[in-house]
Write a protein that binds this ligand. Structure first.
Ligand code: G6P
Ligand code: MG
Length: 209
């Protein structure tokens, strides 16, 4: 039976995928090419620097490591302009209700995110106190689909992987959770996600019974 629940952040608890999209699009446009929502789908769960590498490849542009670092910083500063407008309650439907329900029922709760901005986002949206453990892009070296982020979460919660449930909206994240030997619920029924134990549209569907 499940004892711990590990949440992805972007696209599961908060609607920041659109902010990532806007900031990457601004960066691509500044370099003279476009960036589509379809391409953005492929960046879900993918680290900032790896995302940039993919975008530069799509735009047919090559940059030195130093230039890439500056471009990643530029994108992040545009992204943070959007994040800094977030307020308590700016969470996806069902998020606060589900976190509250899990807490009341004594489940352990962890965050398992690739984002280096995770703590800031949890604080701004007022949900940081629900988390027993936060594993994010600052603590993980091998990005999803590597299982490291979720294995670290389970270890810090002191719960067996086989007793952890992961909530994910990204294919890379679902693959990571499976590789960690965990149950995984995919968010986005019509998004073409594969390999999850089940798919739902939003967190409200977990609260119905
Ligand atoms: C999440 C998002 C990705 C993002 C990554 C790194 O996995 O789904 O789109 O690139 O985090 O986020 P960061 O906030 O560190 O740039
Ligand atoms: Mg996500």
């Amino acid at each position: 039976t499940v004892k711990g629940v590990i949440f992805d952040l972007d696209g599961v608890l908060v609607d920041t995928a659109i902010f990532h999209f806007q900031a990457w699009k601004q960066l691509a446009n500044s370099l003279g090419f476009d960036f589509t929502e379809k391409q953005n789908e492929q960046l879900k769960g993918v680290s900032r620097i790896r995302s940039l590498e993919l975008i530069l490849a799509w735009g047919g542009i090559s940059k030195t490591a130093r230039e890439q670092e500056l471009l990643a910083n530029q994108k992040n500063s545009w992204y943070l302009d959007l994040v800094n407008k977030m307020k308590p309650g700016d969470t996806l439907p069902g998020a606060i209700e589900l976190l509250t329900c899990l807490k009341e029922n004594n489940y352990k709760i962890a965050l398992g995110s690739a984002s280096k901005n995770a703590l800031l986002i949890l604080e701004r949206t007022g949900i940081v106190n629900f988390f027993d453990v936060i594993v994010d892009g600052n603590t993980v070296t091998a990005s999803k689909p590597a299982p490291e982020v979720f294995l670290k979460g389970a270890k810090s919660l002191n719960i067996d992987s086989a007793k952890c449930l992961v909530l994910e909206d990204a294919q890379a994240g679902i693959d990571a959770a499976r590789a960690a030997g965990m149950y995984v619920i995919g968010i986005g029924k019509y998004s073409g996600l594969t390999g999850a134990n089940c798919l739902i549209n939003n967190l409200n569907e977990l609260l119905e019974d």
